[in-house]
Design a protein around this ligand. Structure first.
Ligand code: CR1
Length: 819
């Protein structure tokens, strides 16, 4: 493997880096400076492997996957890189020797939060698995100057603070100006007839141009010397003197170009599962896609002369519709720059692009107004028009006289460009992210497309990397697992099933639960330091961490807490097992009801946590600024995994898998990947409740759901809902939560009341919660359940997901880095 770790050399390198970077000696350096110096030292090792990988790929000329994504939610790099280099323990020891604690050093690193939630984190897990399995891959994205905002809670409200993650410098990235590309916006297209070839040429003129400069991040494979690349693009102004002669001295244009460059990569849009339709967002999309596609084509051309075989060496995976302009950009390059005919270019494009759908939420569908689209990307729009013309002709040929089909499937319709339709028409593969989700796509959301081209559709159930979410995040459990079954699970997670033989072993159960307890102590300390709340690690840690969204139903959870509180107040003598309800969630900055839900959770927490009469039986904690780095602590410490979305709405979920891996049974609906989790672990080792996806879809299509009937007939529910508007949790402003109350009962708005079936599922949720309590009281039973969740999590490694993408979509060959 990589050259052996040498402690003395390592310490000397760190010392030298502190001197070179900060002109200080070790004893004068801050923890941040040590972090930087250690990272540069680690980067040196990585660079050796990066070069070796590069050379090997150069020699073998393999096919690459370009994973195109607006989001890569990487989290911290140092700890993960050390884990994958298998140098974590060595470095920890070496640092201890010179008086530093690796954990504290790791805490100096800001999260690279270039993503919102599951979609962005999935991309990050995929890169880890691609490198670990030895597949040639590039992540293609944007180097946002500001990532996902930092969340502060002030007076119970979310306040967004800019995430200036680059302010201390970013030790692992590498700027690559030699690979810069130019990206053009606006202007108009002039058609020039070429008499020699008899073909039209399309020339874009009067445009603005931005220089795209790539920054490369190393993606370290586990213990295999493979280092792949995440390439994220920064925008720079093309300075005035570089304007072509026609534009020379055009001062206004120079300033405009400067502004365009400055704005384009400024900040990540903080929406999860929601489309905002902002012009700047479309600029971001085209910016990084144009640069990435140009780079992929240049790379191919270095070794190959026949561009018509491009797809033999490259495939583009489009992470949702956000990168779908890649389809038209590739067509543009092939036709306008490489001189291919339309048919030739279409053949290449449709063998290169593949699309992943991540949601059926209607509000997430990207549809751009023609006016905006054609003004910003005139040539790209022309190409999409032609793709649409031909696609509509196909639909008509297939369904003569059926205008309904055209209306539902056309790429351009009703003044809008529909990105999902473009991705499906041009992609050779369309996949969902869990079995249930893919079935819903085929039967409901994309039914017409499935009927017309069933061969494109397939499922790839999501996964997570056990290297970050067990080996790094839960070192105690990781070591225990390795003690019992060896360490092959690190690269072959299904091996973890070998733990099943310990499920009934009392000693193993006690060790397992003791580790859980220590992780709860670790989290309790974090909560004390960050929230000033004291929680009892002996209580049940019941956790819901994920983006705040109505369909994820944090509201159901907190309404149930209010109900429990009523019960305890009414029956102080009641035997109630102490519970700590832990929430963590960011709300999109403009999502009012989600933000009000955060306020509600914090208001309920305030009342309950300060009520001495309930003797600490109930605690509610809202963890500020939920992100990848604190998620690692939270999963390790969870007893109960709340996965309570309205059935059919959560495409997959991936947090559910991280909880399972860490030994927390699922309390959830039959939604997304929960269905597959229950199948693996057995229904007796999960707590399932609520309407099924079919029942929800049936109500949605046929009506018949009346939340007010439930409100009128159920005293417990009625009381909880009334407490939203009678000042119980907002004595100074009883109207504060009116909007939430209205959302459940009133049809004032055009929407159906209780869109997400909270009242419908309330009682069955409460009943499932009682089963949780009962199970937890039986220590041996719970320990067995928890251990079986870990033991049955093998399917949910992203290594398995990636292998399926490779076998069924990408068709890549494994690379081995020679020593
Ligand atoms: C889904 O909501 C899924 C991730 C990753 C999200 C979640 O259930 O686990 O994608 N979808 O596949 C999304 O962000 C834009 O859509």
């Amino acid at each position: 493997m990589s050259k052996k770790f040498n402690k003395k050399e390592f310490i000397n390198d760190v010392k030298a880096n502190v001197r070179a970077l900060y002109r200080r000696n070790l004893d004068e350096a801050t923890q941040q400076q040590i972090f930087q110096a250690v990272s540069y030292t680690v980067k040196d090792t990585i660079i050796d492997n990066w070069l070796a990988t590069q050379e090997q790929y150069e020699k073998d000329d393999p096919k690459y996957v370009y994973y195109m994504s607006m989001e890569f939610l990487m989290g911290r790099a140092l700890g993960n890189n050390l884990i994958n280099l298998t140098e974590y323990e060595d470095v920890k020891e070496a640092l201890a020797e010179i008086g530093f604690d690796l954990n504290v050093i790791e805490d100096q690193e800001p999260d690279a939060a270039l993503g919102n939630g599951g979609l962005g984190r999935l991309a990050a897990c995929f890169l880890d698995s691609l490198a670990t399995l030895g597949y040639p891959a590039y992540g293609c994205g944007i180097r946002y100057r500001y990532g996902m905002f930092k969340q502060k809670i002030e007076d119970g409200y979310q306040v967004e603070v800019p995430d200036n993650w680059l302010k201390d410098g970013n030790p692992f990235e590498l700027r690559r100006p030699e690979y810069a590309k130019e990206v053009k916006f606006g202007g108009y297209v002039r058609v020039v007839y070429d008499e020699k070839t008899g073909r039209n040429h399309f020339v874009q003129e009067g445009y603005q141009v931005v220089r795209a400069v790539p920054y490369d991040f190393p993606i370290v494979g586990y213990n295999n010397r493979v280092v792949n690349t995440l390439r994220v693009w920064d925008a720079e102004a093309v300075s005035e003197f570089q304007l072509d002669s026609f534009d020379k001295g055009d001062y206004r244009k120079a300033v405009e170009q400067e502004n365009l460059a400055r704005n384009i990569v400024e900040v990540l849009y903080p929406n999860d599962n929601h489309y905002a339709g902002k012009e700047l967002r479309l600029k971001q999309q085209y910016f990084f896609i144009s640069a990435s596609v140009q780079a992929a084509v240049s790379k191919y051309k270095k070794k190959h002369s026949d561009i018509r075989k491009f797809y033999e060496k490259a495939t583009f995976q489009l992470n949702d519709t956000h990168p779908t302009v890649a389809v038209a950009e590739l067509m543009r390059i092939l036709i306008d720059e490489e001189g291919l005919t339309w048919e030739e270019a279409w053949d290449v494009t449709t063998k290169t692009c593949a699309y992943t759908n991540h949601t059926i939420m209607a509000e997430a569908l990207e549809k751009w107004p023609i006016e905006l689209f054609s003004r910003l990307l005139p040539r790209i729009y022309q190409i999409i028009e032609e793709i649409n013309r031909r696609f509509v002709a196909e639909i008509e040929a297939r369904y003569p006289g059926n205008f309904e089909k055209v209306r539902k499937m056309a790429i351009i319709f009703d003044g809008q460009v529909k990105m999902a339709h473009l991705a499906i028409a041009a992609g050779y593969s369309v996949n969902g992210v869990a079995e249930l989700h893919t079935e819903i796509l085929k039967k409901q959301e994309l039914k017409d497309f499935y009927e017309m081209m069933p061969e494109k559709f397939n499922n790839k159930t999501n996964g997570i990397t056990q290297r970050r979410f067990l080996l790094h995040g839960n070192p105690l459990l990781a070591a225990w697992v390795t003690d019992h079954i060896g360490d092959e699970w690190i690269t072959d997670l299904p091996q973890i099933a070998k733990l099943k033989v310990y499920a009934d072993d009392r000693k193993a159960q006690q060790e397992f639960m003791n580790i859980k307890y220590q992780n709860k102590v670790r989290l309790a300390k974090y909560i004390r330091e960050h929230n000033g709340i004291e929680v009892d690690p002996r209580s049940i840690f019941d956790v819901q961490v994920k983006r705040l969204h109505e369909y994820k139903r944090q509201l159901l959870n907190i309404l149930h807490v209010m109900y429990l509180y009523n019960q305890i107040k009414d029956h102080p003598e009641m035997d109630f097992y102490p519970r700590t309800f832990i929430f963590g969630a960011k709300a999109a900055a403009g999502y009012r009801r989600a933000k009000l839900t955060i306020k509600l959770i914090n208001s309920v927490a305030d009342v309950i946590n300060n009520d001495a009469s309930i003797k600490n039986k109930l605690k509610v904690v809202f963890i500020e600024d939920y992100r990848v780095s604190n998620a690692e602590l939270i999963f390790a410490a969870a007893d109960v995994s709340e996965q309570i979305s309205t059935a059919s709405k959560e495409a997959s979920g991936t947090g559910n898998m991280k909880f399972m891996l860490n030994g927390a049974p699922t309390l959830g609906t039959m939604d997304g990947a929960n269905v597959e989790i229950v199948k693996e672990v057995g229904e007796e080792n999960a707590f399932i409740f609520g309407l099924s996806a079919d029942e929800v879809i049936n109500y949605e299509n046929n009506g018949g759901y009346y939340p007010e009937n439930i409100f009128n007939s159920d005293q417990d529910i009625r009381r909880v809902l009334m407490q939203l508007i009678n000042g119980t949790y907002a004595p100074n402003d009883p109207e504060m939560f009116r909007d939430i109350y209205d959302s459940l009962l009133n049809t004032k708005s055009s929407d159906r009341a209780d869109t997400y079936f909270i009242l419908a599922d309330f009682k069955s949720y409460a009943e499932a919660q009682r089963r949780v309590e009962e199970a937890y009281r039986d220590e041996a039973r719970w320990a067995k359940m928890a251990m079986l969740n870990t033991a049955c999590s093998g399917k949910f490694t992203s290594d398995r997901t990636i292998q399926q993408y490779v076998d069924e979509i990408w068709h890549l060959d494994k690379e081995v880095i020679e020593a």
